[in-house]
Design a protein around this ligand. Structure first.
Ligand code: GLY
Ligand code: MN
Ligand code: MN
Length: 429
């Protein structure tokens, strides 16, 4: 692996927290992600299922974790099943974990090969009545592909139709919301690599560079520092491209006089970071660009100040939109009178700010947590106001990752340049 081994205590703690939520007559079975076929005989690069990683630290495909906290035999309370290697596999794919290595990474004392799984489960299943399985649960996102866990559910239901099948996802969603100190450190490392990549970009960008050349600079810095790669497809959007919120083509020229919006983040040890910065391609903001940028920065600072225990994404986003309305008026985008006459269901601010201010972040860039989840210390969210004005061919977004603390918050990207003067100074140094 490219990163230092994560202390197995993290995964032990995570399993313990989950086991405490399960009743004594239940079993939870969690699978690794599938290897996703690309074309021909190739797979897409493998990425472990975030829940599975959260509970085991194991990155190897085909692995299965079984938790059965109430079973009499202590040796059956936590079992990790892994694939058994063979000569052919070693020749083509290289080393696979042996039992001791899987034990060291995960902290699970009972590690077995997958060949033993069916028989082992058979000895356990008639001692329990509830089986918890981990199906993907995302509002507004329904993949067409059946996950490994889903296929396993069908298999199990056929064999054991009278057990009761339950949802594990709500427990994992709740647990993953609040980060352990080890997780915070990993996210800080991801943020630090992301910050270094931005410094590299500030020295690289000039009129005439291609957006994908900028993307390549990010990738270079991420991989060089041991990140897995990008936490999500990076956005490198010059000029009017910045008004396309999910622009990922990254294939245009960055022209003199344009702004360049970049949304980028390294993933380190499977933990994300998520940053946005907007810079002048030629190293100097025009008067209007600076006006727009400084308004965004004021909204960013205000939004950040609202990210404290007790609030929710929905609550603080409302306040942020109120400030945007004032800023839009000052920027001449519409007038107070227009606001007085606006359709309340289609407010004018929405024409220039059509996305949310924040989302939870962690193992996934859009991590578990809803817009009504109350902020608590240990949660990490983004703060990402923006302004998009197609008529002026300009889009600006500023985004940092914020840790909620008992007395407010800590900006995990506080040292990544954001002040316009600092950006100009570094670009021209
Ligand atoms: N990079 C994705 C987002 O900002 O939400
Ligand atoms: Mn974001
Ligand atoms: Mn982002």
């Amino acid at each position: 692996m490219k990163y230092d081994l994560v202390n197995a205590n993290l995964f032990k703690k995570n399993r313990k927290k989950l086991a405490e939520k399960l009743s004594s007559s239940s079993m939870a079975v969690i699978h690794a992600n599938d290897e996703m076929p690309r074309n021909g005989d190739q797979f897409f690069p493998y990425r472990q299922n975030s829940d599975f990683f959260y509970l085991t630290g194991i990155e190897q495909e085909k692995s299965v974790l079984v938790l059965c906290p109430g079973i009499a035999d202590e040796k059956l309370r936590e079992i990790l099943f892994i694939r058994k290697s063979n000569k052919n596999l070693e020749i083509w794919e290289g080393h696979k974990l042996d039992l001791d290595e899987a034990k060291e990474i995960s902290g699970v004392s009972q590690v077995k090969f997958l060949e033993e799984m069916d028989a082992t489960l058979l000895t356990m299943l008639f001692e329990i009545s509830d089986i918890y399985l981990n199906l993907p649960e995302f509002a507004k996102f329904k993949p067409e592909i059946e996950s490994r866990d889903f296929r396993f559910l069908n298999e199990l239901k056929n064999k054991y139709p009278l057990h009761s099948y339950k949802r594990l996802a709500p427990f994992l969603k709740e647990l993953r919301l609040t980060k352990e100190q080890e997780e915070i450190e990993l996210i800080k490392k991801a943020c630090s690599i992301t910050g270094d990549s931005f410094h590299r970009i500030l020295r690289f960008v000039k009129p005439g560079v291609l957006e994908f050349e900028v993307e390549a600079e990010f990738t270079h810095e991420f991989i060089k520092q041991g990140a897995v790669g990008h936490a999500y497809p990076p956005i490198v959007a010059s000029g009017k491209n910045a008004c396309v919120l999910h622009y990922v083509e990254n294939d245009k020229i960055c022209n003199n006089g344009e702004l360049l919006l970049m949304d980028f983040g390294a993933e380190y040890a499977n933990y994300s970071s998520d940053c946005s910065r907007t810079i002048p391609v030629n190293g100097k903001f025009t008067k209007r660009q600076r006006e727009l940028y400084e308004a965004t920065l004021r909204v960013f600072n205000y939004a950040k100040s609202l990210m404290v225990p007790g609030t929710t994404i929905n609550k603080f986003h409302k306040e942020v939109c109120k400030l945007w309305e004032e800023e839009h008026i000052k920027l001449g985008l519409y007038t107070k009178k227009d606001v007085a006459n606006q359709d309340k269901d289609n407010p004018l601010w929405f024409n220039y700010y059509m996305h949310g201010t924040s989302h939870f972040m962690g193992l996934d860039v859009h991590d578990v947590g809803t817009k009504d989840t109350e902020f608590k210390p240990g949660m990490i969210l983004t703060c990402e106001p923006g302004i998009y004005i197609p008529n002026e061919q300009v889009g600006i977004r500023l985004e940092n990752d914020i840790l909620i603390t008992t007395d407010g918050n800590e900006d995990l990207m506080a040292n990544i340049p954001i002040e316009p003067d600092e950006i100009e100074t570094i670009m021209n140094s």
